[in-house]
Design a protein around this ligand. Structure first.
Ligand code: SF4
Length: 377
């Protein structure tokens, strides 16, 4: 098998690891590069956009997770790069100006220790021997020791520990060899390291497989909320389950991508809009309703909070209005320091989604939903 074929297989296999970076969605930003590999343009927390080579070191797994394409019992070509090969590949792509950074994950090949050592070796050679200063994201395997985690944090900008499910019983249903407490223990180790100022500068991420077991959205988001609060998690990613042939879950129905979308929206409310988990609205089964976004649903069920006077509202109040996010709220506050918002036209000039917010606001005491104001639209 030539190098290009190896790259294609191992980058394709890496698509199940969601980008540990801001604004990285699966379908929206994947694109084929000129070498037929998968390169992900990704915006980092500091606003920089980088092109990531997202790849597995190996797809040859000793584990047998029920949902996974790389599981031990599945028949397909098994491939591994050595650390040196991966470094050479990455440097060649850098030389051709095709990538800026590396997202390195791996199936557990031979042993967790061996796999983690190989991934760390890639990062070490890039940093120490080739003085690579760009972005590196490393996945931390569940069985990693304190030393390995510390080394990963020293070399990588961002690390990820994928929990996959919000409770032990759900995890056992889809990955009997994994242990949720052991995974959370890795986050505990990272928390302790942060007390010694050993911190991944672009944070820690995790990922959940959604819909492969009977987990509820409220359970996923409750754990996510706790991880943000207690472990300073940077981001959680939600991957709607898709059945893969020749796996024990091949006949399970795929999870609606709408469920994934609603989870991201709710997660956004927690991270960026100061919503607590108790403020999110779930249906009788503990899931987010699919027919309405969580913020609009909250607004509809809290009529006592509205309408909000746009010229007097605090930043936090503005954030509660459907159609107004952090950027819009800041624009409104900045604009009204110079001059009061007079009407819907002023809001439109600021780029506010007037159609979404007009039923929830007052402008100088008047509802923009009134006939007079609507005529200005
Ligand atoms: S550990 Fe499980 S999820 Fe990870 S590659 Fe192996 S089989 Fe797949």
């Amino acid at each position: 098998m030539n190098i290009t074929e190896k790259i294609e297989i191992l980058t394709e296999a890496a698509k199940f690891d969601l980008c540990g970076s801001f604004l990285c969605s699966k379908e929206a930003i994947q694109r084929k590069s000129t070498i037929n590999g998968w390169i992900y343009p990704t915006t980092l927390p500091d606003g920089r956009t980088v092109r990531l080579l997202k790849i597995l070191l190996s797809n040859d797994c000793i584990h047998n997770c029920y949902y996974c394409a790389n599981r031990r019992d599945r028949a397909f070509p098994r491939i591994s790069f050595t650390a040196d090969e991966m470094v050479r590949l990455f440097l060649e792509l850098r030389r051709r100006n095709l990538v800026d950074g590396l997202f390195l994950s791996s199936a557990v090949t031979k042993s967790p220790k061996h796999t983690m050592e190989q991934m760390l070796k890639v990062a070490e050679i890039l940093r120490e021997k080739h003085n690579f200063k760009g972005y590196i994201h490393l996945k931390i395997l569940p069985e990693s020791s304190l030393d390995y985690i510390e080394t990963a944090i020293r070399y990588a900008d961002r690390v990820s520990i994928n929990l996959e499910a919000p409770r032990e019983n759900y995890l056992k249903e889809i990955a009997p060899e994994k242990d949720l407490l052991a995974l959370i223990n890795k986050l505990e180790i990272i928390k302790r390291l942060s007390e010694k100022n050993i911190v991944p500068k672009s944070g820690i991420t995790t990922q959940f497989v959604v819909g492969a077991s009977k987990e509820k959205d409220v359970e996923i988001l409750s754990l996510t909320y706790k991880l943000y609060q207690e472990y300073k998690l940077s981001r959680a990613y939600f991957s709607a389950f898709q059945p893969i042939p020749q796996t024990p879950l091949e006949d399970l129905r795929p999870t609606s991508t709408w469920r994934e979308v609603r989870l991201y929206e709710a997660d956004f409310l927690i991270r960026r809009y100061n919503f607590s988990i108790n403020e999110l609205i779930f249906d009788e089964n503990g899931n987010l309703p699919l027919n309405e976004d969580p913020k609009t649903l909250w607004a509809k069920t809290h009529p006592q909070f509205f309408p909000i006077e746009i010229n007097k509202a605090t930043y936090e109040q503005l954030l509660r209005i459907p159609g107004i996010g952090p950027i819009s709220a800041k624009k409104i506050i900045k604009a009204r320091k110079e001059q009061k918002i007079r009407d819907i036209k002023d809001l439109k000039k600021l780029g506010i989604q007037v159609e979404r917010c007009k039923n929830y606001i007052l402008i100088n005491g008047k509802s923009p939903s009134s006939e007079k104001q609507l005529s200005l639209l």
